[in-house]
Ligand binder design. Structure first.
Ligand code: NAP
Length: 288
């Protein structure tokens, strides 16, 4: 057996600071010095990891048991350095990227190495090879954010639909806007502040609502001719709820990744947990 010592960021409770700790894996090696790891696992040497609001929010919950070294970080890119016997899609040397939930495994991607378990019963790590036209740095930047955006519209027929997107300049909203344009939405009405109007329009918004002014009035102005088929909410809140009969078409749906408490701070995270919407498929759907 050989020890593989590595450093990683960790915390023990919602109130303790982040610190760098040294951990180790202990695996036998084959005749070519490759690690022999469990059959369904993939050992990745992390090159890049990116920071998401959820990393900080999870750190500051008391949801985690104390006395364990919990991990930080979900997005990653890196190089495969060992594969288990059941792994057929990856080999040593592959450059990979992914999203690692890490909630049940006490580890994270702010680490020199990550042992990806592909046979978890819940919250599996998403891992895929990096396309040849992006760098390792770029590859770590978007799995959770783009993945959330993709799941928001997953299974919905977008072509020729009229769509309202609340929070178009949030990190998820920027991807949702582009996906809506690619999927052929007829109208993409997006809320953002004046500083992001130009960017959001370049990404695909056909009309802008300034959230610094009365949002409900502007939304109502936008449904004089036709109601929205979908509302995608990347910012949260309940401001439109009492007028949904007017704002949404019959059979129209409202999808939120935030919940009742708006924002990307800790309160909005509690709001997500309160409505039981945790995890990548956290879309609340209100069918009118
Ligand atoms: N990041 C993820 O992968 C992810 C995944 C799942 C869920 N979420 C949840 O989604 C929410 C947004 O997170 P995020 O990381 O995408 O956001 P973010 O990037 O932190 O959003 C910040 C942006 O929100 C915009 N904003 C501020 N007030 C607003 C308002 N009243 N209405 C609309 N937009 C407003 C501002 O844009 P402008 O002023 O420039 O317009 C600001 O730049 C959070 O609650 C988060 O927990 C995020």
């Amino acid at each position: 057996m050989t020890d593989l010592s590595y450093k990683r960021y960790s915390f023990t409770t919602g109130f303790s600071p982040l610190k760098i700790i040294t951990d180790k894996f202990n695996f036998p090696q084959d005749s070519q010095d490759n690690f022999i790891i469990p059959a369904s696992d993939i050992l990745v040497k992390i090159h890049y990891a990116s920071l998401n609001p959820v990393d900080s929010k999870l750190h500051h919950t008391s949801f985690f048991q104390p006395f364990s070294n919990h991990g930080m970080g979900k997005d990653f890119s890196g190089e495969v350095i060992a594969v288990g016997g059941n792994i057929t899609k990856f080999k040593i040397g592959d450059l990979v990227q992914g999203f690692h939930p890490g909630v049940l495994t006490n580890d994270g991607t702010f680490s020199e190495y990550l042992l990806v378990k592909t046979n978890m019963w819940f919250l599996n790590t998403e891992i895929t090879k990096i396309p040849s036209n992006i760098t390792l740095k770029e590859a770590a930047a978007w799995p959770l954010v783009l993945g959330t955006a993709m799941l928001m519209i997953d299974g919905l027929s977008i072509k020729d639909k009229k769509v309202l997107l609340l929070g178009g300049a949030t990190s998820v909203g920027r991807y949702v806007t582009q996906l809506l344009r690619i999927e052929g939405a007829e109208e993409i009405v997006v809320s953002c502040s004046p500083r992001s109007q130009e960017l959001v329009s370049e990404l695909g918004a056909t009309r802008i609502i300034n959230y610094r002014e009365n949002v409900l009035n502007q939304v109502l102005d936008n449904v004089r001719d036709k109601p929205f088929d979908y509302i995608f909410d990347c910012w949260g809140g309940t401001e439109l709820f009492s007028n949904l009969d007017t704002i949404l078409a019959k059979k129209g749906t409202y999808h939120t990744i935030v919940g009742d408490i708006p924002g990307s701070d800790f309160g909005s995270f509690v709001s997500i947990v309160q409505v039981g919407l945790i995890g990548l498929k956290s879309t609340l759907l209100m069918d009118k």
